[in-house]
Design a protein around this ligand. Sequence first.
Ligand SMILES: Nc1ncnc2c1ncn2[C@@H]1O[C@H](COP(=O)(O)OP(=O)(O)OP(=O)(O)O)[C@@H](O)[C@H]1O
Ligand SMILES: [Zn+2]
Length: 607
Amino acid sequence: MDKKQWNFSAWYLILAMLATWVFNDFVYKPFIIRETEVGYNVFLQNLNEHKIDKVILNGDRIVYILKATEAQKETVANVVTVNDPDLIERLIAAGVDFSAQAPTKSLLSTLLGWILPLLPLLLIWYFIFNRMGGGGPNAMSLGKSKAHEIQGEMIGIKFSDVGGVGEAETELKEIIEYLKDPEKFSKMGARLPKGVLLAGSPGTGKTLLAKATAGEAGVPFFFLTGSSFVEMFVGVGAARVRDLFEQAQKKSPCIIFIDEIDAIGQARTSVGRIGGNSEQENTLNQLLAEMDGFQANSGVVIMAATNRPEILDPALIRPGRFDRQIQITLPTEPGRLEILKIHTRSMSLGNDVNLERLAKITAGFSGAELANIANEAALLAIRREAKTISMDDFDLAIERVVAGLQRKTPLSDDIRTKVAYHEVGHALTAYYLAGTDPVHKISIIPTAKGALGYTMQMPEEDRYLIGENELKARMAVMLGGRAAELIIFQEGSTGAANDLERATEMARRMVTEFGMSPKLGPVRYAHAAGAYLRSGISGREDLGPATIAQIDEEIHRLLEEAQNTAREILTHHLAVLHEVAKFLKEQEVISGDQLSRIISAMPNQVS
Ligand SMILES: Nc1ncnc2c1ncn2[C@@H]1O[C@H](COP(=O)(O)OP(=O)(O)OP(=O)(O)O)[C@@H](O)[C@H]1O
Ligand SMILES: [Zn+2]
């Protein structure tokens, strides 16, 4: 960025600050007398009952003024925060006045007319500097830690806001005790782990749990992500680490939370490039030095989260560093129920809503996905203009979360035929093959995530242990789509790429991790397993070429077998394949029950 642009940006900053000030002090404040936070459902209720006089959209906040009534003469503003894509439509439908304009036509409202258009520019400006190092227009502050923007935030989240992580909670209790009174611990000569690593799949609530720990202990929380350390300027990452620890010491007792620590803490040897990524390495070294440097009882606890603990540099998990690991697993059924309860706490649920049943059918869902379901269900109810959320809303919400939002894009007839056969191929393989989850739904409505169709199976229970035959059956179902294409069109298509990826991954694990290849025996070929996770360049070198060839051969055999299984089933039930595909093409969506009905209505078809 050259000097001219700097000046230019500075001007925007000044203008924008002026605009904010004018807006806040002269338009917003005098206009609003009392402000209360309300839920989105209250807002919609008010909207539906035509009680709203004016709506001001302010970022993701909605401030709205209620009409004065007999009972209530003063102006009351309610505030909600929400992310609802249909908001504008809804406001137009309700016919309320919504804008960011002042109530009276004044000089100020005219001013606003040209100040508001500047906001996007301000955002771009802010974004650029944030990426460059977060300080603002001062180049000297580039090395300053991003953590200082948060200034060790006080967190209101408690353990009661986190569900299904009972064991992790117990392990964190001690940390909380310590943070509440570090001196007591040092007097007794007790030492606590400096670092706690939370490991688990995405969306299982690691960040939430770290926040709850800070909230329970009532100490400041410094949050930052690993990737924000590794910036475009050499040397910035290390400087940030230094700065962060300096600030945290000042605020002690406190918690530093580093999300995605793998971005800085990846094993130095696995970078796979000559010389490695020296910026990342410097940052990591600085982090290790800081962790070694500060006293065990300084009152600063460092928590970090990762989805992939296995790729972390061993130096990070040595004693005196992240020496305590807590595994956060996907929630089990009671855990899912707890999480659903937490996220529906402030919602008005219909009488037919059965959270127990929802918890049962959402095996494999993460906390974040469950939260998402609750939110989707609420939005669906709002869209129907209902007062309460029904079980149907939840059912549809689950489908949406699984499949991504439904979107209508016109596709050619040929493609739709292909997609229909492909999906029915999956579904029928699952239908006729023992040991597979029942088909819940088949759809050829393209999803927002880019899939042209999908077949959904619903497990009937949590699976902790899966047998070899079950794995083979699952692989056959994955390859069933492609098998159908081969039978009907005599050629495969790109649509099966994702299926192949998943099936290959499964076959690879069967051979290298689960000892399910008679040829290779009950041996774990750990490096062969890791090779795919890492750069792909190294990792397999300690296996002989003959072993590698055998592994590949066995993977190939398993996949070939699975595809043949699917082909046989589909060839044997060719009439059903045609019938269901035809039906699916017309209807676009078939439920599991409908599928059974179509099949049993056909002559000579006993499942
Ligand atoms: N166990 C849980 N209890 C309640 N809510 C949860 C739980 N897990 C996740 N959530 C919801 O999902 C959101 C995202 O979770 P969070 O960011 O803590 O997950 P994460 O494990 O840190 O994910 P990532 O690995 O993607 O960073 C939370 O803000 C919360 O609303
Ligand atoms: Zn497929």
